[in-house]
Design a binder for this molecule. Structure first.
Ligand code: FES
Ligand code: FE2
Length: 374
């Protein structure tokens, strides 16, 4: 599946973007991220226009980056403000500046047509920056295409087999799911509600529940990047009250940001926010280490799968069953979003070519040949 451009992607946690230069490659585009002296995150193309030295391996001076090779200097808007040995700065001396937005302790970058970047479109993960929750988090690089992580997260039946002893119990794979696709909102929902399940160590040790549990897993996937798992556990028989309050339940908001890096690599951002044992550092350390272990089990499996998929002959078929309903819906939505972004891109290029080429006698010329599209 192609990348979905014209979308917001998580490039980093807020805490990762500071007064040093951070390199991330997103949808194949190398970026350098930093924070200006006023505290604003900035993202520039990570290639000096002169000889393409990575700006992420250069020096941050005030709000500018001074290229570590020959000193071309760029502002946070990407414009070159100084070159060595001459006063005149070439008009074309600038690097791309990406729209950036910071929300819920995440730094989002818009990849695509900057004119379409609307921060109002960014989906929310409010628990990550809410004092009523305690959050542990991390990021693991994946040597696999992002679609494999989408598949993985939308079908949690794998918890039973891949994550046994951590978060998997037999009931996860045994309990049927319900899937809902909200085309208008662009959300895929997958729910699995277990009335009477074994409590896996991940929840037993963090909540203190000793017996069997009610376990709800309600997934909301906002393609392409944000995945939310609303997890509720409670002693068996304990349900929310009719008025919706839920003092007997333990709530964990598991957040993943699925950010494609290259065609065969991804960033797996993960966070676990809980509404209990808020000040308990031992519980935080336990959940951090357990979830990281679980994520690394996925990383190992998906890296293996990437090698298999890459070597598959063309046209090889998969076999899907009920558990795959959410993943298949997500694939359809991603394919449609990618096609829409490509169509928008082609429309923009055509419009530019039409304007620039008026009277130039180039009707039908490829957009890449039109002056405005260069
Ligand atoms: S490569 Fe950056 S100044 Fe030469
Ligand atoms: Fe997993």
């Amino acid at each position: 599946m192609p990348f979905v451009r014209n979308q917001w992607y998580v490039a980093a946690y807020s805490a990762e973007v500071g007064r040093s230069l951070l390199a991330r490659t997103i949808l194949g585009e190398p970026l350098v991220l930093y924070r200006t002296t006023a505290g604003q995150p900035a993202a520039l193309a990570d290639r000096c226009v002169h000889r393409h030295f990575p700006l992420s391996e250069s020096q941050l001076q005030g709000d500018t980056i001074v290229c570590g090779y020959h000193g071309f200097t760029y502002g946070a808007d990407g414009r070159c403000v100084a070159v060595p040995g001459q006063r005149r700065i070439p008009r074309t001396a600038r690097v791309g500046a990406y729209p950036v937005a910071e929300q819920d302790s995440l730094v989002w970058v818009w990849i695509g047509d900057a004119g379409r970047a609307d921060p109002g479109l960014i989906p929310r993960a409010p628990w990550l920056a809410d004092d009523r929750y305690a959050t542990v988090r991390g990021m693991e690089p994946l040597a696999a295409r992002y679609e494999l992580l989408v598949d993985n997260l939308l079908d949690l039946s794998h918890e039973t087999y891949l994550h046994g002893g951590y978060i998997g119990t037999p009931e996860v794979a045994d309990t049927p799911i319900t899937t809902e696709v909200d085309e208008e909102a662009g959300v895929v929902r997958v729910s699995r509600r277990m009335d009477d399940a074994a409590c896996p160590p991940f929840y037993a040790q963090s909540t203190g529940i000793t017996g069997r549990i009610v376990r709800w897993q309600d997934i909301e996937y906002h393609p392409p990047c944000l995945y939310l798992l609303h997890s509720r556990v409670a002693p068996a028989g304990v349900l929310p009250r009719p008025d919706g309050t839920d003092p007997g339940g333990f709530h964990v908001e598991v957040v993943y940001a699925i950010t494609p890096s290259t065609a065969t690599a991804s960033y797996d951002f993960w966070a676990v926010a809980r509404d209990f044992a808020l000040g308990d550092e031992e519980v935080s350390a336990f959940l951090h280490d357990s979830n990281r272990t679980v994520v690394l089990q996925d990383v190992t499996a998906l890296n293996t799968l990437e090698r298999v998929v890459a070597a598959n002959p063309p046209g090889v078929q998969e076999l899907s069953i009920n558990i795959d309903t959410g993943g298949l819906a997500a694939r359809r939505m991603l394919a449609r979003m990618a096609a829409q972004a490509d169509a928008a891109q082609a429309g923009t290029a055509e419009a530019q070519a039409g304007t620039a080429g008026a009277g130039a006698g180039l009707p039908g010329a490829p957009a890449s040949l039109a002056p405005a599209a260069r």
